[in-house]
Design a protein around this ligand. Sequence first.
Ligand SMILES: [Zn+2]
Length: 449
Amino acid sequence: MRPQAFLSRRVVTPRGIEAAAVLFQDGRILDVVPQDQLPAETSVTDFGGTAILPGLVDSHIHINEPGRTEWEGFRTATRAAAAGGYTLLVDMPLNCLPPTTTVAALEAKRKAASGQCRVDWMAWGGVVSNNQEHIEGLAAAGVPGFKCFLIHPGIDGFTMVTERELRAALPHVARTGLPLLVHAELPGPVDEATRQLAEADWSKYATYLQSRPDEAELSAIRLMISLCREYHFRLHIVHLATSQALDMLRAAKAEGLPVSVETCPHYLRFSSDKIPDGQTLFKCAPPIRSRENREKLWQGLREGIIDLVATDHSPCPPEMKRLGERNFRTAWGGISSLSLALPAMWTEAEGRGFTLADIARWLAEGPARLAGCESRKGRIAKDLDADFVVFEPEAEFIATEDRLSYRHRVSPYLGERLRGVIKATYLRGNCVFADGEYPGEPGGRELRR
Ligand SMILES: [Zn+2]
């Protein structure tokens, strides 16, 4: 194939936002050059003022296949990813059956994914109470890192780890050199708060919020930082919800510890004062906290204490959200947002003075680096995959069900006015989404470390 080029007055590269031509061939970016330096035989598409961002990377998603394909699945998740501007998903090791805690389970996942994916994918391995001897095998089999829970994950089959079990696992994790992603809440403060709320009204969001106090996150992060210092492994805090941890995380980074931090679009868009009682679509753990807390999370992003933003897209069959019962105690905790994360983030970021270059850093480069694939994904730069999002930053829309391309079209974002429309998504130079359609056959591949 002869080389192709995409022209735009707003190409988002690690240098910033520039008028340029992105030259690519055979799925790889050859160069980013001024328009007048294109080779003569290039086939050119001019996007004018529409922005071109790197394909986004979601380092935190629950695809739930094999085993709970009725919750999501590779076919529907990767379709929604393409519609949302994502070209790589890194799947969490739980909610699928078997959970990805052994090489055999990883192989079962590979089989399940085969031929179904519209974008690329990877799989995190799990660290659970009793799989220490599988950790290094999973690394050798190609996982980019590991995930563990310090509290019951809301579903049986993927066990939480105690400090003692962590200490058994951490030497193995450290030897792999791969990051350990931690759901950082300790059960003590949650159990204690929940006990005091036995008679409370669980249709109220305030009750749920009180049941997951900041201290649960703070004590977990404190523990993990001290273990990081002791065992010298790469620590990644997933979905940080409390801004009270930012000082501790800033200090850990200043000390030189290998710590990275993520938060999610829902913590940056919503706040507890605006969540209607009974509206369990907003339930996730840790919970969405106050408006003041939200503004401090934005400050954490501004300062670089928070490195990246991942969706934690965690769907379930709608009946598990128990919308009829309006019960925050029994409803599934998880927010579905995959197709809307980019416009949701852009809507909030632009109003606070951030640019598309910040968006690309948080939603593409940062997650690619966490998953160890920064030499292939996450930036518009020479030699990387020709993965692009064509994005109209000024267009607005109301989030409706037809914009959600995943399996169960529920989301707390429905009805929200959002800014920024994804016009098209390209995976290794091939269009995988354009104007509501998914051209071509599924061409997504697994990336291995
Ligand atoms: Zn999650």
